[in-house]
Design a protein around this ligand. Structure first.
Ligand SMILES: Nc1nc2c(ncn2[C@@H]2O[C@H](COP(=O)(O)OP(=O)(O)OP(=O)(O)O)[C@@H](O)[C@H]2O)c(=O)[nH]1
Ligand SMILES: [Mg+2]
Length: 162
């Protein structure tokens, strides 16, 4: 399957790709410039992953890298509520693009190892995920640092692979 990983800067997109790609967790990850492409094999599933940069100047590129993929993963830092409004805006902006009609969406509330992180139920509400129509939408709480819930994320991806 081909997937695209988007979301605001420092939400943990590159960490996600590193952890599922090689099991490598690191505190020091360089902010992505433009994008990284990585092919990951998990059992008999091959994932072609576009890890796209999240800083404001790169967000207009998200649509280009999401165009034609089998699924979009939107990563949110669930321990940084000040960014939820911007995340909601950018997510709904992206989903409004005609090229993305029907593409399945997985929202990851990352960094659940941090005390006070926001629950899935609250994320669904603040990101207004219930308003999204015409596509499969899932939302999981996870951590790249502790690798919590990565198994269910990989199962979700395997179910969308061909
Ligand atoms: N505590 C904690 N920190 C995390 C987790 N995932 C990522 N981080 C940290 O968050 C920071 C940003 O991670 P990146 O993976 O570079 O974030 P990004 O979304 O790729 O950022 P851009 O490439 O700039 O869009 C790094 O210091 C990571 O170590 C997590 O699950 N828990
Ligand atoms: Mg990155």
């Amino acid at each position: 399957a081909e997937i695209s990983v988007v979301g605001l800067q420092a939400s943990g997109k590159t960490s996600f790709v590193n952890v599922i790609g090689s099991g490598q967790w690191s505190e020091d990850v360089v902010p992505t410039v433009a994008f990284n492409y990585r092919k990951v094999r998990k059992g008999n599933v091959t994932l072609k992953i576009w890890d796209v940069a999240g800083q404001p100047k790169f967000r207009s590129m998200w649509e280009r890298y999401c165009n034609g993929v089998d699924a979009v993963i939107f990563v949110v830092d669930s321990a940084d509520p000040e960014k939820f409004g911007t995340a909601r805006f950018e997510l709904h902006q992206l989903l409004s693009q005609p090229s993305l009609v029907g593409v399945p969406l997985l929202v990851l509330g990352n960094k659940n190892d941090i005390d006070g992180h926001t629950s899935v139920k609250e994320l669904i509400s603040v990101l207004e995920l219930q308003k999204i129509q015409g596509r499969a939408v899932s939302c999981y709480s996870c951590s790249m640092k502790s690798q919590n819930n990565l198994d269910i994320v990989l199962r979700w991806l395997a179910d969308r692979s061909h």
